[in-house]
Design a protein around this ligand. Structure first.
Ligand SMILES: [Zn+2]
Length: 238
């Protein structure tokens, strides 16, 4: 057995960012704005101190790319602050997966199907080796058991799909949804009025013209680095 010492530095970069999300409401037609916050992480190793700066930069770059991807493509299920309507594309994030009992039943059936399939394969191998009538009988029994198990699984899947199709978070009390929306979002008109007031205030303080602020998107980054060193770790290669 030969032990080879391996030394490396692990760089981890974590970035937090926010972006404004503009949502057109399917219920009342207004547009509203909320702040989406996400965290991106990047990792990179430098072996034997050969690429310390490059690894740190790569970790940071990966964190930036991950964060930008989250900010651009992800969303929060925020209802409209005026009518409380949840938008259709937000439904999957609100669906809790259905009753726990059906989830457990689905898991049990999947495990049972897999186990029965393995047993079937075992009897098939035995039968091919010996052509025993006893083995053939066991093979038929375990094979036949797959039919009710598969049917039960299909029924559960159909019921789950039906629950997803029928799921509608907009059946919740409207005032509750509006309050939830107001806690996270404002209408576009309110947002732009606030931005204009802030712009005029900044203009009067600086006694200089203020350019019209960009509306969307805006991202802010806060950066933090965690660096860990694990030197002279020995790993067996034989
Ligand atoms: Zn609305």
């Amino acid at each position: 057995m030969i032990w080879i010492p391996i030394a490396w530095t692990e760089y981890t970069a974590t970035l937090n960012g926010t972006i404004l999300k503009l949502v057109p409401c399917e219920g009342c037609g207004i547009e509203y704005v909320y702040v989406l916050e996400r965290e991106g992480e990047g990792f990179c190793n430098s072996y034997y101190l050969l690429n310390e700066i490059g690894a740190a930069e790569q970790a940071k770059q990966d964190a930036i790319e991950n964060l930008e991807s989250y900010l651009m493509h992800d969303f929060d299920p925020v209802p409209c602050p005026v009518c409380g309507h949840y938008q259709r594309y937000m439904f999957p994030k609100l669906y809790d997966g259905g009753p726990p009992l059906s989830q457990i039943a689905w898991l049990v059936l999947v495990v049972a199907c897999c186990f029965d399939a393995v047993v079937c394969a075992y009897w098939i191998v035995l039968y091919l080796q010996g052509h025993s009538a006893h083995v053939l009988q066991r093979l038929a029994l375990t094979g036949a058991l797959l039919i009710p198990l598969g049917l039960a699984l299909a029924v559960l899947n159909a019921a789950a799909r039906s629950r997803v199709r029928c799921f509608d978070p907009n059946t919740e009390d409207q005032q509750t949804r509006i309050a939830r929306g107001r806690s996270r979002a404002v209408t576009r008109a309110e947002f732009e009025a606030k931005r204009d007031r802030e712009g005029r205030a900044a203009s009067s303080q600086a006694e200089s013209s203020v350019s019209t602020p960009e509306y969307l998107p805006q991202a802010r980054f806060r950066e933090s680095h965690r660096t860990s060193h694990r030197l002279l770790r020995a790993e067996s290669v034989f």
